[in-house]
Design a binder for this molecule. Structure first.
Ligand code: FAD
Length: 286
C-alpha cells in the first residue's frame, strides 16, 4: 500500500480511537449542593454518546487533566449529563465550568448495571453521597419500565439534608412507584427525616430476598456493610452488584492504574457482581 494511502487510513481511523477526546460544550449547569454540580454537555460536532447506565467517561480539559466521571443522564435522551463533586484539581475545574465552556470527553467506558436482570423480581438500590449520580440512569430506566419489576426500592444516605442530590427527583420517583427511603448522617433543626447509617434502612426495604437484584454505589465501607446485611437476610451474592470507583487513568485497560489482580476495573468494571469482587477487595489500592 502506498504511504499516502496508509496516511489516509490512519487519519480515517482516528475518530474511532477510544483514546481520542472529543470536544463537548456545557449547555446547562446546576449547582446541586455546596460542593457538587451537574453539567449537561452537547458535542461541538458529530453525534452524541450512546451509553449504558453505569458507564463513565473520562472528562476534563486539555492542560488541566481528565478524570473518570459516571454518566448521570437519561440513557434514552440527550444531553450527556455528569454530576461532579469537587474533591481535587480536575473535579474543581469541572465544577467551576460555565455554560459555553468546552470540555474534552472520552468514552463511554466500562460495564453497566444491567437493570433488566431484575425484571420480574425486586430491585433494591442502595447508595450514599455522590453514589446516587452513577445510579440515576438506572433509576430513570426503572421508572420508565416500572411495570417490568415487582418492588423497586431506593435507600439513599447523605451527609446532611443539604447534601442530598436530586431532592425534587426523589419525590418524582416516589410518585412513580419507587419506594424511596432517605437518611442523613447529621440532621438539622428542621430535618424531620431519619438520622443514621444507610444500612439501618435495609429492614424497611419491601423486597423478597430470594428475588432481589441489589445495586450498590458509594464508599467501599458502605458497600461492604450493606452487602453483609443483604447476605444475612438471604440475598443471593450473585445478584449483588457494586460500582468500584477506584482511581483510573486510561479507561481502556492499558495503563494498569486500576488493576485489581487480574481485573482492570475500567473495562471489567466499574459495575461487578459481588462474587467476582469478594476475593479481591481486601487488596489495598496502590
Ligand atoms: C468509574 C468512576 C466513576 C466516578 N464517577 C464519579 C461521579 O459520577 N462523580 C464524581 O464526583 N466523582 C466520580 N468519580 C470520582 C472522581 O473520578 C474523583 O473524584 C476524581 O478522579 C478526583 O480527581 P481530582 O483531580 O479532582 O482530585 P485528586 O487531587 O486526584 O484527588 C482528591 C482527593 O480525592 C481522592 N480520590 C481521588 N479519586 C478518588 C476516587 N475514585 N474515589 C475516592 N476518592 C478519590 C484522592 O485520594 C484525594 O484525597 C468516579 C470515579 C470512578 C473511578
Amino acid at each position: 500500500m502506498p504511504s499516502t494511502e496508509l496516511g489516509t487510513h490512519a487519519l480515517e481511523a482516528a475518530p474511532d480511537d477510544p483514546m481520542l477526546p472529543r470536544p463537548f460544550r456545557v449547555v446547562a449547569r446546576h449547582q446541586d449542593t455546596a460542593d457538587t454540580a451537574t453539567l449537561d454537555l452537547e458535542p461541538v460536532d458529530g453525534p452524541g454518546l450512546i451509553f449504558t447506565p453505569g458507564q463513565f467517561t473520562m472528562l476534563g480539559r486539555l492542560g488541566v487533566g481528565e478524570v473518570p466521571i459516571s454518566i448521570s443522564g437519561d440513557p434514552a435522551a440527550p444531553p450527556l449529563r455528569h454530576t461532579i463533586r469537587d474533591l481535587g484539581g480536575v473535579t474543581h475545574m469541572l465544577v467551576q465550568a460555565r455554560v459555553g465552556d468546552v470540555l474534552e470527553v472520552r468514552g463511554p467506558y466500562g460495564t453497566g448495571w444491567e437493570v433488566a436482570d431484575g425484571a420480574g423480581g425486586d430491585v433494591l438500590v442502595v447508595t450514599g453521597g455522590i453514589g446516587l449520580a452513577p445510579l440515576r440512569p438506572a433509576l430513570l430506566q426503572l421508572v420508565a419500565q416500572r411495570d417490568r419489576y415487582r418492588n423497586v426500592t431506593l435507600l439513599y444516605g447523605a451527609r446532611s439534608p443539604a447534601d442530598q442530590l436530586y431532592p425534587d427527583e426523589l419525590k418524582q420517583w416516589a410518585a412513580r412507584g419507587i419506594e424511596v427511603h432517605t437518611i442523613v448522617d447529621h440532621g438539622t433543626a428542621d430535618w424531620r427525616g431519619r438520622v443514621g447509617l444507610v444500612t439501618s434502612l435495609i429492614p424497611r426495604a419491601n423486597v423478597d430476598p430470594t428475588q432481589t437484584l441489589a445495586l450498590l454505589c458509594g464508599p467501599e465501607v458502605m458497600m461492604r456493610m450493606v452487602t453483609n446485611a443483604l447476605l444475612d437476610v438471604g440475598v443471593d451474592p450473585g445478584r449483588v452488584r457494586w460500582s468500584m470507583e477506584r482511581n483510573m487513568k486510561c479507561g481502556v485497560g492499558l495503563c494498569g492504574h486500576c488493576q485489581l489482580r487480574d481485573l482492570f476495573l475500567c473495562v471489567d468494571g466499574p459495575v461487578l457482581d459481588y462474587p467476582v469482587l469478594a476475593p479481591l477487595i481486601a487488596t489495598r489500592e496502590l
